[in-house]
Each structure stands twice: as C-alpha cells, then as structure tokens.
Design a protein around this ligand. Structure first.
Ligand code: INI
Length: 153
C-alpha cells in the first residue's frame, strides 16, 4: 500500500492570511500564533501576506480572491465569533465556515479555518494562546501539511 502524507515543512511556501478586525484583542493572538508556527516550520515570514477584513462574515470572499490569485499555496482564515457578543452568532459562524469550505473546493487551493466560535470571551482567550492552544497555529500547521500533501499526490 502506498501511503501519502504531507510533511510539516513550510520552506518555500507562500501563504495568504485573512484576518478579521472584529474581536482584534483575540484575533491578534491567532495571527501571532500562525506566523510563529510558519517560521518555526522553516517558512520565511516575508512569504506571508496578511489581509484584514471587517469581520468573520467577510473572510470567505477575500480568502477566495487570494486563492484565485495564483500567488499563494494556501490561505489561512483567522477570526473570532463569540456568542455572548452577537445576536446573529449562528449566521456569522455558519456562513464563514461554509464560505471557507466553498472557497477551497472551488479553487483547489487549501483554505484552512482558524475562526474561533465560542460561547464566551473566556473560551476564546483559552483558544488564542492560553490553556487550550492557539487556533491560529493549528490552522497554519494544517495549511502547511495540505500544501505538501497536494504536491505529493
Ligand atoms: N464578526 C466577527 O468576526 N465576530 C463576531 O463575534 C461578530 N459579531 O459579534 O457580530 C462579527 N460580526 C460582524 C460580521 O462579521 C460582519 O462584519 C458584519 O455583519 C458586516 O457584514
């Protein structure tokens, strides 16, 4: 049996990051986690391009534009949708996740979901570099692996 896996090596990869300004207090830590992970896996931070959008709802369109541009091997999406802070939590959370999946399938470029969807600000803090890891770092490592896996098929 031939097994195909993606290495966790980022050297030479060019990655687009789309980050929401909404809940910047949290999202800024997701951006740091993503950049740190890219560099610690051999990537050059000059090969990262960061695009800010107003909120998580706007992420899929920009992710799709970046994926279509041909300039990036993958796109990493970062945001924080917090239930306590929004009456339309479900709409923003669902549409952003659906749109990210669509952008990836439509373009054939890996687009990873680093958007936190939590019930409280405390849960978001826990997933932005404290006791429950960093979802930005997770989304970056997924992108690195998917780029290498796609190349090795
Ligand atoms: N955007 C977020 O990224 N997180 C949120 O928690 C949030 N809340 O609370 O509403 C949010 N709303 C803005 C939304 O993403 C759009 O920018 C807005 O609806 C304009 O299209």
């Amino acid at each position: 049996m031939k097994v195909v896996e993606g290495k966790l090596l980022a050297s030479g990869q060019r990655i687009g990051i789309v980050a929401a300004r909404f809940n910047d207090f949290i999202v800024s830590h997701l951006i740091s986690g993503a950049e740190d992970t890219f560099v610690r896996h051999g990537g050059n931070s000059d090969d990262l391009t960061l695009a800010f959008v107003p909120g998580a709802f706007e992420i899929p369109l920009m992710a799709q534009k970046m994926a279509e541009s041909g300039k990036f091997d993958a796109v990493v999406c970062l945001g924080a949708v917090i239930r306590g802070a929004t009456p339309h939590f479900d709409m923003v959370a669902n549409e952003s996740a659906k749109g990210i999946a669509t952008a990836s399938l439509k373009t054939g470029v890996p687009v990873t979901n680093g958007i936190l969807t939590t019930d409280s600000i405390e849960q978001a803090v826990e997933r932005a570099g404290t006791k429950a890891g960093n979802k930005g770092a997770d989304a970056m490592i997924t992108a690195i692996e998917m780029v290498n896996l796609s190349k090795s098929l």
